[in-house]
Design a protein around this ligand. Structure first.
Ligand code: FMN
Length: 343
């Protein structure tokens, strides 16, 4: 059925199709209709970062930036949903067009630029959800905040989302906010991680509940840089790592229409790169450190490959656009099968 819907949606400009899809889900959610789409999923709970994920397949950040559709998306079978990226103040994001499909390569390029309604709106939505899966909140900085002051934006978001979120993802890897990726290196990284960790500990004490912190990284890091990020994340006591965000390497799509647009590339061309980063992280961090794998999962076999590369659980974005909600169930089934074969 999704193939027919996709044909229709793909006749629209990508961002209009995205908004139409989310509006349909929101309307279905309000009318109580989306629960009829809930697939039959096998039991496949995963314990990670002190949380129990009902299944290992989640929605990656960026689709429901404002947490407006949590219940509707949840009814499609996701074990967890990461909302955001959210910033302290609302902001419009970059000028349109800023979202491009490359169907020949099952890929997407986006330069959305953290368009969102601000953290207060997001928290209201997360608090009133009925969705019983895990909700991660992905936090970032406003465009108008200088990179040197970025820590304050992350701290503001952390304080505001702390109680509402099940985990908090710190996004320093979007290629669409100038300077953001520089936070992945050296002293800037250490300072950011350290101040967030200190704040997390004080919030945990104040509220009597611990919310895990995960860092989301780019795929465009050298091997040495991956090691340094891994050591910093582990050394500063972060609870997990999310690998990866979109890539700025567009060689694989440069001959296709829109293949040279500015922004981050996701979907099939990202798969190998993201798997390499995950493997490198797993070797560096050892068998027990939580890794959430994302990038280029377009079929169930891709999801299994992510787990085999070292991820504990996975997220999808572009695959959901190209394959629709059936991908969630397919991935859960195959991951469960592959885990059963291992034991
Ligand atoms: C249109 C679009 C918007 C995105 N927005 C965000 C975002 O706001 N924050 C974030 O951390 N990642 C964002 N991402 C990256 C995804 O969360 C994911 O890391 C990336 O797309 C790779 O997964 P995929 O190949 O399954 O799409 C976005 C991706 C797309 C395609």
């Amino acid at each position: 059925m999704y193939h027919l819907l996709r044909q229709l949606l793909f006749t629209l400009p990508p961002e209009l199709a995205h908004d139409a899809g989310l509006t349909a889900i929101k309307t279905g959610q309000t009318l109580g209709l989306t629960r009829f789409f809930m697939p039959q999923l096998p039991e496949c709970p995963v314990k990670l970062m002190g949380l129990t994920f009902p299944n290992p397949v989640g929605l990656a950040a960026g689709m429901d930036k404002n947490a407006d559709c949590l219940d509707g998306l949840g009814n499609l079978g996701f074990g967890f949903i990461e909302v955001g990226t959210v910033t302290p103040k609302p902001q419009p994001g970059n000028e349109r067009p800023r979202l491009f499909r490359i169907p020949e390569k099952q890929a997407i390029i986006n330069r959305m630029g953290f368009n969102n309604k601000g953290v207060d709106h997001l928290v209201e939505q997360v608090v009133r959800r009925n969705y019983s899966g895990i909700v991660g909140v992905n936090i970032g900085k406003n465009l108008t905040t200088a990179v040197e002051q970025a820590n304050e934006d992350y701290l503001t978001c952390l304080r505001k989302v702390y109680l509402a979120a099940d985990y908090i993802a710190v996004n320093i890897s979007s290629p669409n906010t100038p300077g953001l990726r520089t936070l992945q290196f050296g002293g800037s990284l250490k300072q950011l991680l350290s101040c967030l960790k200190t704040e997390q500990q004080s919030l945990a004490k104040r509220y009597g509940c611990y919310r895990p912190l995960a860092l989301k990284i780019a795929p465009d890091l050298t091997d040495d840089e991956i090691m340094l990020v891994a050591d910093a994340v582990c050394g500063q006591g972060f609870d997990g790592i999310i690998a990866t965000n979109t890539t700025i390497d567009k060689q694989q799509v440069s001959d296709y229409k829109h293949g040279q647009e500015t922004g981050g590339l996701s979907g099939t061309p990202l798969k190998e790169l993201s798997n390499k980063v995950i493997s490198a992280l797993r070797s560096e961090l050892g068998p027990d450190f939580p890794i959430i794998g994302v990038g280029g999962i377009m079929c169930a076999e891709d999801a299994v490959q992510k787990i085999k590369s070292g991820a504990n659980i996975v997220q999808i974005y572009s695959g959901f656009i190209y394959q629709g909600p059936a991908l969630i169930r397919d991935c859960v089934l195959e991951i469960k099968k592959s885990l059963a074969q291992e034991t």
